[in-house]
Design a protein around this ligand. Structure first.
Ligand code: F6R
Length: 243
């Protein structure tokens, strides 16, 4: 594993964006695995800025996202497809037919997961997979459990996640209780994995994921078994690894 420790969030974002842009320059038709959440926002801003300057071209890039809420599609601001359009897809020259997420509007979980699994198989391995880390060590929506879920699957969100999500939804609107996510095998298929983390509230997760036991109780810990992982995190997120 290669580790880059940066002074702060902005530097972390720039470093990670540099790694992603190097990938696109080296292989213009690469497959990028993408994540949502707060951490990648600075990366997507930086990539859009470099695209605007003419330094990056996404015209042949293919993207596959980690996850999507079951029941939500592009009509909902809270869906991950809306997040991706707003923060990256609509800001660069990615072709709409080249971007992929699980189909949250398909309420038939078995069918939705099977069809995303088939799509991932058809597209082939990610050249680079971007990952954020949950405070409990989750990756994608793979939450701590008794075993690693291998392929795309439907997860029931914990009550605390549902409650935390309520603030993003208008009163009376239904908050999703399930999500579709890539499994651990879908993630580990990537040729290279880029993990980003920022802030002291991620310090426990970074320590457990990269320096603790490999266990499904800390899903991200499986990344220790991948042979090409790059961790880019700021001082805060790395602070517990120095002790
Ligand atoms: C996002 C995802 C999640 C997040 C993780 C960290 O697609 O799958 O695993 O990467 O929850 O989220 P933030 O960056 O908001 O702390």
């Amino acid at each position: 594993m290669r580790v880059y420790i940066t002074k702060n969030y902005d530097e972390m974002s720039r470093k990670a964006a540099n790694i992603i842009s190097a990938q696109i320059i080296l292989k213009p038709d690469c497959v990028l695995g993408l994540a949502t959440g707060a951490t990648p926002l600075g990366i997507y801003n930086q990539l859009a800025e470099w695209y605007n300057k003419g330094d990056l071209n996404f015209s042949e890039v293919i993207t596959i996202n980690l996850d999507e809420y079951r029941g939500l599609g592009a009509e909902s601001e809270q869906s991950y497809i809306s997040y991706m359009r707003k923060n990256l897809f609509d800001r660069v020259n990615l072709k709409s037919e080249n971007v992929h997420l699980p189909d949250g509007r398909n309420l038939d979980s078995v069918e939705a997961c099977k069809s995303y699994n088939n799509l991932l198989a058809k597209i082939g391995r990610q050249d680079l997979q971007l990952l954020g880390l949950g405070r409990n060590g989750h990756i994608g929506f793979n939450e701590p459990g008794e075993f690693f879920e291998k392929d795309v699957h439907c997860v029931e969100l914990t009550q605390s996640t549902v409650d935390a999500n309520k603030r993003f939804f208008e009163a009376g609107k239904e908050v999703p209780t399930h999500a579709y996510t890539m499994g651990i095998r879908s993630i580990l298929r990537a040729k290279k994995i880029l993990v980003v983390a920022s802030g002291e509230d991620k310090a426990d997760a970074v320590k457990k994921v990269f320096y603790g036991a490999v266990t499904p109780k800390v899903p991200g810990s499986i990344l220790q078994l991948h042979n090409d992982v790059i961790l880019v995190c700021d001082e805060g997120a790395f602070s517990k690894c120095r002790q």
